[in-house]
Design a protein around this ligand. Sequence first.
Ligand code: FMN
Length: 434
Amino acid sequence: MPTYEKILLKNMEQPGYTGSLSDYRKTGGYMALEKVLKGIAPAEVIDTIKRSGLRGRGGAGFPTGVKWSFIPKDHPGPKYLCCNADESEPGTFKDRQLIENDPHQMLEGITIACYAIGAQTAYVYIRGEFFLGAKIIQGAIDELYQAQLLGKKILGSNFNLDIYVHRGAGAYICGEETALLESIEGKRGKPRTKPPFPATHGLYQKPTVVNNVETLSNVPHIINRGPEWFAAIGTAKSTGTRIFSVSGPVNRPGNYEVPLGITFREMIEEHAGGMKEGKRLKAIIPGGASASFFTSEHLDVKMDFESVAAAGSMLGSGGVTVMDDETCMVAATLNLLEFFHHESCGKCTPCREGSAWLLQILRRIEGGEGRREDLAQLEQLSHRIEGMTICAFGDAEVAPILSTLKHFRAEYEAHIDEKHCPFRPNLALAMAVP
Ligand SMILES: Cc1cc2nc3c(=O)[nH]c(=O)nc-3n(C[C@H](O)[C@H](O)[C@H](O)COP(=O)(O)O)c2cc1C
């Protein structure tokens, strides 16, 4: 099996590493911050991150340095940085590992990012269910204040920073950056229309950067080892490593940090140990529940932003869910729609109403009461939601439907023609949608 140098999971894999401040410092932790505060101007830090090619690991893959450069330099009032630790995308569990095992890596990244954009206040917005993670981050922040690595005049410089942990209440939509900002402000987590963008009108209408945990965790390494080193890992446009969360009937499910650009085949057959005995791969969700399905035909697609997009899906959150030939694709799609319908915040009519209609049709088909015209109806409805909502949630909820209709249409037809689910013939489904 090919082995690669790890960047983000390296420390935590050392025997006895606890993630404490003293352990992190023994690995060179906070040297990047020191280097920056003692002699690199904020604009130069932004330029370094730009040159590294680092792209957001939260979903959209937006270039991180470019995002930071949008923050107005001459803004007189406060600016903010929010670290997105919501990790609510089903099938994704990499930020949790980073938070629980090496919180200082992320906190050092946050501190450097704040210095670069001129923010003196940062929030870590953490998913409500991550009780342990919230406690660990708060403990790490307390250590930093004690060591005078947070607060006023950090490391004797003129740079001041406070970091607060803000716990969510368990809503998927609060991972969307503008809903996250609303939530921190104490409002219901509903997305804002853009423009204006958070870079100018973010938290409390002030310039704000929102970055994912994994994105920020890369920052100290780029400062320490240089942008050219980082840019040489991965592919030309998708640089660095990525932590992929692999789940499903594989022998070794888990988080794998690999250079961007290896194939799904290598990830599933080598790193994740292949399919469990007797199981055959049928489908892959390549980048979290919002990403269109792939099939076994896509195993040689490269795991980088461009290749996955060119093949019709997205790398998204890095959650790779593998499904075997005993999986009913209509049931799998229904399962996802149950989730999306439940999590729709209700602000946009197409998403709020459309998810209920989609769910009703899917339940009907899976329950053996589908009609042939339902398939065209599913497609039509999906196209009326896609691109019609304020945030990308609408696109996310139709991606599994449109992609399974494309790749597994015969399975939908078999449900309708045989009047039952071929995989679960005795299934009784509640048809009512709340
Ligand atoms: C419905 C929805 C849910 C999202 N959930 C998350 C999440 O849990 N974590 C995350 O980092 N980004 C999530 N995002 C993406 C964020 O809006 C945003 O793009 C990201 O935090 C930016 O950070 P990055 O540039 O470092 O990737 C979500 C987006 C949408 C549309």
